[in-house]
Every structure is written in C-alpha cells, then in structure tokens.
Design a protein around this ligand. Structure first.
Ligand code: ATP
Ligand code: MG
Length: 269
C-alpha cells in the first residue's frame, strides 16, 4: 500500500517577506487539501505569531513542547508534533517563545541548519512537510529555506508585487548558492484575487509572461470564508468546503501533487 510513496517527504517553504499576503492561509489550506488528497502532511509553524498552529485548531499556549525546544535541541519533532484533528495533518506548533530562538541560534554552530537536521528524523513519516515562514528574512526563515527543497510564494497581484518578488527571488538564489543547493522555486500562487480589478488582471498577465510555468494555474480568489475559518480553528477547505476559496485550495493541492510527480489518493469519506 505504501510501497509507491516517496521514501522521504518533499519539504516546501511558504514564503514571502511581505506581511499579510496569505502565507499562513495558504499553508493551512494546502496542508488540509493535500491531506484530503491522501497525502501524509506535517505543517511546521515557523512564525512566533503561531497563526498556523491556531488556525489548525491547536491552542498555541497549551503546546509546552513546541518548535522552540526542537530548534535549540531540547526536544525531537516526534515529541513536539500534534495532530490537527480538524485538518487531518500533523502540526509542529509555535508560540511567542519561538522569537527567543533567534538569540539561542546565533550562538550555535550550524545555526541555519537546525530545522533541517530536526526534520530529517521524521521525513520518512510524511509525503509533504510545509513550512509557514514569518514575514521577515530572519534566522528562523533562513532555517526554513536552508531545510527545504522548494519555495511556494503566495502573492497578491498588486502594483508593487513584481518589485517585491525580484528581492525574494534574489534571496532564494543567494540561499541556493550559499546554503542549500537543493532549493528551487516551485511556483508563484496568486491569492486574494479579485477578477473585477483590471490592475490585478494586468499584474497577473505580467507574472505569467515573466515567470511562465512557474505561475500555478490555480488562482485563489478573495473569499470571506477563508478569512472566517481560523476563528473556528479549522482550515477553510474543511470549514466550508463548497466555498470558492475552499475549491481553489483543493484544486491547488491537486495541481501541486501533479507538479511534483506525486500520486493522488482520495481519502475514504
Ligand atoms: P503574516 O505576514 O502576518 O504572517 P500572512 O502572509 O501569513 O501574514 P495571512 O495571515 O494568511 O497572511 O492572511 C492575512 C489576512 O488576509 C488574514 O486576515 C486572512 O484571513 C486574510 N486572507 C488570506 N487569504 C485570503 C483570501 N483568499 N480571501 C480573503 N481573505 C484572505
Ligand atoms: Mg502568517
């Protein structure tokens, strides 16, 4: 049954140094979507805000063993991970404690490699490990990018989007050269898209002409159900599976599996 599964998880960062662009919404809903398509998923909350943890229905302050202890070498991922019952995937939870990790990490050897080393011990348990990055290029984000095979960039099609994107693509190139020769840009995901806005359509077309196949076909619309879901501790794809936002993230999960050559396994209802 599991013979045709990959031996080791594909590890993808959801990153964009811009704040509030939809990283966490994408991380939670992609994790749940992949789980619905029969994939074994771990969602790593690399942001001290702990939004991915809470949005997966896990109380971030109740998680006494969390990513902080893992990064400073005091706990294994296997001890810290918690099942998201609403989402059907595992979460490596975080809370404000994680902001202290920056200071501890600076003093460590291989300080950018701590997350990679910790995740390598559970990589065979999953098909996908998704890392929700904070909106900074901190040592935490470097740990994410140094430990991943690829980056998924959610973005809004706004006027300055292309400019911000070239900074991010340059960062990815630098990390590729200096820290992680496995790192690749998996794709750009257009989110919070409003088809009524001509400007968004123009930026979207520019993205396609600059980045070609690196732009995912799926476009996630602006949809209030996706914004409401976290307050119920549920991914949007579970909270209201027939909403336009949920359907987009379900399609995105399928597109990603196909893009990486994985196999869709519809989960028994
Ligand atoms: P940060 O940089 O702070 O980590 P982020 O990039 O993770 O932010 P989110 O928290 O996912 O961004 O989203 C920012 C806000 O936009 C949230 O209130 C979220 O509910 C809302 N949002 C995200 N995607 C959508 C969407 N497709 N439709 C409507 N609202 C959305
Ligand atoms: Mg976030």
């Amino acid at each position: 049954m599991t013979a045709d599964r990959p031996k080791s998880a594909r590890v993808f960062c959801i990153a964009n140094q811009k704040g509030g662009v939809g990283k966490t919404t994408t991380a939670i809903n992609l994790a749940a979507s992949l789980a619905l398509h029969g994939q074994r998923v771990l969602l790593v909350d690399l942001d001290p805000q702990g939004n991915a943890t809470m949005g997966s229905g896990i109380d971030k302050n109740a998680a006494s063993v969390n990513l902080y202890q893992v990064l400073i070498g005091e706990a294994d991922v296997a001890e810290a991970r918690i099942r998201s019952e609403t989402g059907g995937y595992d979460v490596l939870p975080s809370n404000r404690e994680l902001s202290g990790a920056e200071i501890d990490l600076v003093q460590m050897d291989d300080r950018e490699m701590q997350l990679k080393q910790a995740l390598s011990k559970v990589a065979q348990d999953y098909d996908f490990i998704l890392i929700d990055c904070p909106p900074t290029l901190s040592l935490l984000t470097l740990n994410g990018l140094a430990g991943a095979h690829g980056v998924i960039i959610p973005m809004q099609c706004e006027y300055f989007a292309l400019e911000g994107l070239s900074d991010l693509v340059n960062t990815i190139k630098r990390i590729y050269r200096n820290l992680n020769a496995d790192l690749e840009l998996i794709g750009l995901l257009r989110v919070m898209f409003d088809t009524r806005m001509t400007l968004q359509q123009q930026v979207s077309a520019q993205l396609e002409s600059h980045f070609g196949d690196k732009v995912f076909k799926t476009v996630v619309p602006r949809n209030v159900r996706l914004a409401e879901a976290p307050s119920y501790g549920q991914p949007g794809v579970i909270y209201d599976k027939s909403s336009r936002g949920a359907r987009a993230y379900l399609a995105f999960g399928e597109e990603l599996i196909r893009r990486v050559g994985g196999q869709i396994r519809p989960r028994a209802a």
